[in-house]
Design a protein around this ligand. Structure first.
Ligand code: HEC
Length: 245
């Protein structure tokens, strides 16, 4: 390396051009300054002009691992399966209920599969009694106990457990319906916290299936008219079109 450099300089100096060494060192130091400036410039303003920009492990951080076992729904359904042991005594592990004891099925039940959770959350919180039709079959004389956790019912279920067991019932035995969130259960638990009686199916059929957790407060015709009048004309048109569909 050194010998090589010496050769270059010695060849040039042997030519006897006195000024050449000076110019050469000017050029050299100029180039060096440019190089350093360029390096600093790219370092400062080069954005992600990094050697490992396209590496899967940027800056030595491991790439985020997306594992199937971390699926939050799988976790909920696992908890739901455990909680369902409380329900299986009546509704049976296969979800088919026990018609000889007036216990209706959860498998294929329209009550379970209805997309809005407004009614089934109420059933589990407060219990149910009274004539009910499930999958076209009438059941009469059965009673389901309440599962709301209170001072009087300390062995009840938490809102997390109720969300999980209902999500499980909606996605087992061939059932397929949306996962029920803890927020949905909490909202309805709050809305019905003063209620101690079990529901009757007739009462529940009046609970609207729209509007999330806000159920029982129906508008009077006058209130509805006022609300519609307050809407911008194009929004009202869109709403009417949607309702008529
Ligand atoms: C003591 C027995 C018993 C237990 C325990 C029980 N249920 Fe019920 N359940 C019933 C009966 C009986 C009915 C029907 C009530 C009626 O006739 O009005 C019913 C109705 C229902 C319904 C609505 C009708 C249908 O078949 O879809 C749902 C949903 C339901 N139960 C879910 C549950 C869940 C979830 C659990 C566990 C947290 C549970 N039940 C625990 C007896 C029980």
């Amino acid at each position: 390396m050194r010998a090589e450099a010496n050769t270059i300089f010695s060849v040039r100096s042997r030519r006897g051009q006195r000024g050449f060494g000076l110019v050469n060192s000017f050029l050299l130091s100029g180039a060096a300054v440019l190089l350093v400036w360029g390096g600093l410039y790219v370092g400062k303003y080069g954005g992600r002009f990094d050697g490992d920009e396209y590496s899967e492990i940027p800056h030595g951080r491991p790439a985020k691992v997306v594992a199937g076992s971390e699926d939050p729904n799988a976790k909920v359904l696992k908890l739901g399966a455990r909680v369902f042991q409380n329900c299986a005594a009546c509704h049976q592990a296969d979800g088919n209920g026990d018609p000889s004891k007036n216990v209706p099925p959860l498998a294929g039940s329209d009550w379970v599969l209805t997309e809005s959770p407004n009614r089934i959350i109420r059933i589990v919180l407060n219990g149910l009694g009274g004539p009910i039709t499930v999958k076209g079959t009438p059941f009469n004389g059965g009673a389901m106990n309440p599962w709301r956790k209170t001072a009087d019912n300390p062995s009840g279920l938490t809102v997390e457990e109720i969300a999980a067991v209902l999500s499980y019932a909606r996605n087992t035995w061939g059932n397929k319906a949306g996962i029920i969130s803890v927020d949905q259960v909490s909202a309805i638990a709050k809305e019905t916290e003063k209620r101690t009686d079990p529901w009757t199916p007739d009462e529940l059929l009046k609970v609207p299936l729209t509007g999330g957790a806000t159920a029982s407060a129906a508008l009077t015709p006058d209130q509805l008219k006022a609300a519609l009048k307050a809407m911008p004309a194009d929004a009202l048109d869109a709403l009417l079109k949607d309702v008529k569909k």
